[in-house]
Design a protein around this ligand. Structure first.
Ligand code: FNR
Length: 185
């Protein structure tokens, strides 16, 4: 059985390493997973006054795409030792309306990256805190704090280092098992 995985990319910039990582992870994922990026860049900032029947179309589109997924992967850079605002906004949009969270019970993974050596550890763990509350069972191991991400890729976006490629493959094969075991039934 194929599981649909919604992939959220925490950076909005065109040349984002985080987005390149999303494609690299899709390349090494087992056939049992179908990864699709769910875009977050067009989501208006969450404002409870706007929610309900006349919610912004982008919120509705986003919520439906998450709800259609069996599992979620959060790929994030680190901004000021935390999660970029665009990604936190997407998490907030998906969490409402009250009692109708799109995240509930969907198994997840958090993968952080940075050109720096700490690999987005701060963002990774801030994100995990929200996901505990949102009832997303997050894969514990392997932890993925990917430092030096600016050196991962060639001009075609392919991962050049064999050990890095192996680690990305391990992440995806482990996540496939995690998603299958913890999938909402
Ligand atoms: C950063 N960057 C950064 N890096 C890091 O390791 N820790 C941090 O706290 C921050 N803080 C930070 C704040 C802001 C506002 C920006 C724009 C950047 C650097 C960041 O890791 C780098 O720009 C990455 O390339 C961003 O990811 P994408 O856009 O390449 O996916």
């Amino acid at each position: 059985m194929t599981l649909n995985v919604a992939v959220l990319v925490g950076s909005l910039r065109k040349g984002s390493y985080t987005r390149m990582l999303a494609h690299a992870l899709a390349d090494v994922a087992p056939d049992t997973l179908k990864l699709s990026i769910v875009e977050i860049g067009d989501l208006p900032l969450y404002n409870e006054d706007l929610d309900g029947d006349a919610a912004p179309a982008a919120w509705t589109r986003f919520r439906k795409e998450v709800q259609a997924a069996d599992a979620v992967m959060f790929l994030t850079p680190e901004y000021n030792r935390s999660v970029p605002a665009a990604l936190k906004n997407a998490i907030d949009v998906g969490s409402r309306p009250y009692g109708g969270s799109s995240w509930s019970g969907r198994p997840g993974a958090v993968i952080s990256c940075s050109p720096g050596g700490i690999g987005g550890f701060g963002a990774n763990h801030h994100l995990r805190q929200s996901l505990v509350f949102l009832d997303v069972p997050v894969m514990q191991q392997p932890e993925a704090y990917l430092g030096g991400v600016n050196k991962f890729f060639d001009d075609q976006g392919k991962v050049t280092n064999e050990d890095t490629r192996k680690f990305l493959t391990t992440i995806m094969t482990t996540f496939a098992k995690w998603a299958e075991t913890n999938r909402k039934r």
